[in-house]
Design a protein around this ligand. Structure first.
Ligand code: MG
Length: 160
């Protein structure tokens, strides 16, 4: 049976922190605050996959109160999520992402983000969507105080 899941995440921006979105390091005056590497995109994708497989959420599986996950590479967490999903007899069919960031401009990075997310979840880039939006200057995201991400993921019976 095919199952769909959705994920959402938001991290505050912070000067002097790296900006890593979808596993891609992006040149920027500000990065994202967080206990881990604060990759808001991979966090949303991870939650979408966990939701689709009925496995909870990253907050309960990788608690930010656990020193083991301080500075954690979100790519490692996502690979672990894919393993857990596979443990349920499910494979990833497609992933679709919308990042909401006022700055920097992300259009030049979307292709690499698709490829990187695809490598992490075991999909061709053609089955990974990445859209970038601004928040039209409205609210905290629009003022550049945070970056948010929405993701959906479809999983289905593993082939072979
Ligand atoms: Mg997060």
């Amino acid at each position: 049976m095919w199952r769909i899941g959705m994920g959402y995440d938001l991290h505050r921006t912070e000067a002097g922190r790296p900006l890593i979105l979808g596993g891609v390091r992006i040149e920027s005056a500000v990065g994202l605050a967080g206990h881990s590497d604060a990759d808001v995109v991979l966090h949303a994708v991870s939650d979408a996959l966990l939701g689709a497989a009925g496995l909870g959420d990253i907050g309960e599986l990788y608690p930010d109160t656990d020193p083991a996950f301080a500075g954690a590479d979100s790519a490692v967490l996502l690979r672990d999520v894919v393993q857990r999903v596979a443990g349920e007899g499910l494979g990833v069919v497609s992933v679709d992402v919308t990042v909401v960031a006022e700055r920097p401009k992300l259009s030049a990075h979307k292709g690499r983000m698709r490829e990187t997310i695809g490598e992490l979840v075991g999909l061709d880039a053609g089955r990974v969507g990445v859209k970038a939006k601004t928040n039209e200057g409205v609210d905290a995201v629009g003022r550049g105080e945070a970056i948010a991400c929405y993701a959906v993921a479809l999983v289905g019976p593993r082939e072979g």
